[in-house]
Design a protein around this ligand. Structure first.
Ligand code: G1P
Length: 288
């Protein structure tokens, strides 16, 4: 069945970006020249996703403004001949049909995904965590959808992580099936290092069947006393196969100021228009 919808949880407080996040949602902070949220929506659009459901919380209304067309601005840019800018402005609002669901209480990632139950309906969908920015062509979601088609099952993105950091992530216990593809037996959210079944950790891209919602409804609070998506998937595995896929590409941590800086520099170095300027800026930095 074609996967048409993406759920993007964006209801968090963005504490690691305080005080900016008192007034600007973290998801609208830029990498180089556009909000990090736009990068993940571009990745979804490239993978054929037509509808994006963003989970937000009260006070983050500027996210929806960003995805509304602004005719007065577009007219002004057209009249002043700023066609490149006009194209950029229009591009942001034309990527997918975007809708919003409010998560009233911060009860965890699993709970956030559950709030999209009605908007998703009875079809498979993807979940994208906008903090995890992945650079690659084709995008990580396109790669995962091919694996999901091949195995006719849900797929979770994973990457090998240094053992001393695995306690920050969801961790899979899995058996390799093909190059980069593993069949999952067990999933644990943020285990202490000595209890982690492997160092293959979950990255924020998931392809899931609609049955995950019924599992999330019976998922009790877990790590950090929150309803965890990982625990919901563990319940789903009682009836459905799940695969872990080691995507091709580099993951940037958009959840921290330094992660965003690294992404901005590397994306800028990857673009012809900005490459030489950024190289010169780096060269000119004081050496100590
Ligand atoms: C979430 C998930 C975790 C996953 C991580 C990836 O954790 O709960 O399983 O490994 O995203 O970024 P969070 O970063 O919200 O604590």
């Amino acid at each position: 069945m074609k996967v048409r919808k993406a759920v993007i949880p964006a209801a968090g407080l963005g504490t690691r970006f305080l005080p900016i996040t008192k007034s600007v949602p973290k998801e609208l902070l830029p990498i180089l020249d556009r909000p990090m949220l736009q990068y993940v929506i571009e990745e979804a659009a490239e993978a054929g996703i037509e509808e994006v459901i963003i989970i937000t919380s009260r006070g983050k209304e500027s996210i929806s403004s960003y995805f509304q067309p602004m005719p007065s601005l577009e007219q002004h840019l057209a009249e002043s001949g700023a066609m490149e800018l006009l194209a950029k402005v229009k591009h942001a609002t034309s990527l997918a049909k975007v809708s919003f669901v409010i998560q009233e209480q911060p009860l965890g990632l699993g709970h956030a995904v559950l709030t999209a139950k009605e908007a998703v309906g009875n079809e498979p969908f993807v979940v994208i965590l906008p903090d995890d920015i992945i650079a690659h062509a084709p995008g990580a979601l396109s790669q995962m959808l091919a694996v999901s088609d091949q195995f006719n099952a849900g797929v979770v993105a994973v990457e090998p992580t240094p053992w001393e950091l695995v306690h920050n992530y969801g961790v899979v216990d899995a058996t390799q099936q093909l190059d980069r593809v593993h069949r999952i037996h067990r999933l644990v959210e943020k285990p202490p290092r000595e209890e982690a079944p492997s160092n293959l950790t979950v990255v924020g891209r998931y392809i899931l069947p609609a049955e995950i919602f019924e599992c999330l409804e019976r998922t009790p609070p877990g790590a950090k006393n929150e309803i965890q998506l990982t625990d919901g998937m563990a319940l789903l595995m009682e009836t459905h196969e799940l695969y872990a896929y080691e995507f091709l590409g580099t993951r940037y941590d958009g959840g921290t100021p330094l992660g965003l800086l690294r992404a901005s520099l590397e994306f800028g170095l990857a673009q012809v228009e900005t490459r030489d300027t950024i190289k010169a800026m780096i060269k000119a930095l004081p050496q100590s």
